[in-house]
Design a protein. Structure first.
Length: 151
């Protein structure tokens, strides 16, 4: 009987360890589902705004490139704005967009079309189209840009 009791204990211990390992694997795998945010949570994806201003800073960094720029309102007051790009730097490299971190510098003239933040008081937006010093900088592959323009 002593042997049977030890076998039962070993079986229960194996079940417990197996359940713990399965739980840990599910948690680890599930964590990646929450690692990235959706843009529809933060931005009004059904609305676009277009602004012109002057670049103050550009960060070609992860998780998404950030562009900071100043825009003058109707009264001549300067508003500080920020915009993020949907693709990451690696995605942009893989899509061969044709520009890099050196393509945008403080003092450059920017015209940006973007999705505004859901909070009307937030001066941030999600970049959809970017023109720097009169030159359009694609945010995705050329064939994607042409398809989006035809819709």
């Amino acid at each position: 009987m002593n042997c049977l009791y030890a076998d039962d204990r070993l079986l229960e211990m194996n079940k417990l360890v197996g359940s713990a390992m399965l739980g840990a694997a599910l948690l680890a795998g599930g964590a990646s589902l929450f690692a990235h945010h959706g843009t529809s949570v933060t931005y009004q994806v059904d609305k676009t705004i277009t602004m012109a201003g002057v670049v103050t800073e550009f960060a070609f960094a992860y998780p998404h490139p950030q562009l900071y720029f100043d825009v003058k309102d109707d009264k001549g007051n300067v508003q500080h704005w920020g915009s993020e790009f949907a693709p990451t730097p690696m995605m942009m490299k893989n899509m061969h967009v044709g520009w890099s971190r050196e393509s945008i510098k403080p003092g450059d003239q920017v015209t940006i079309t973007c999705n505004p933040h859901k909070l009307s008081t937030a001066n941030v937006c999600l970049c959809k189209e970017l023109i720097i010093n009169g030159k359009k900088l694609p945010l995705g592959p050329a064939n994607q840009q042409q398809t989006e323009g035809k819709q």
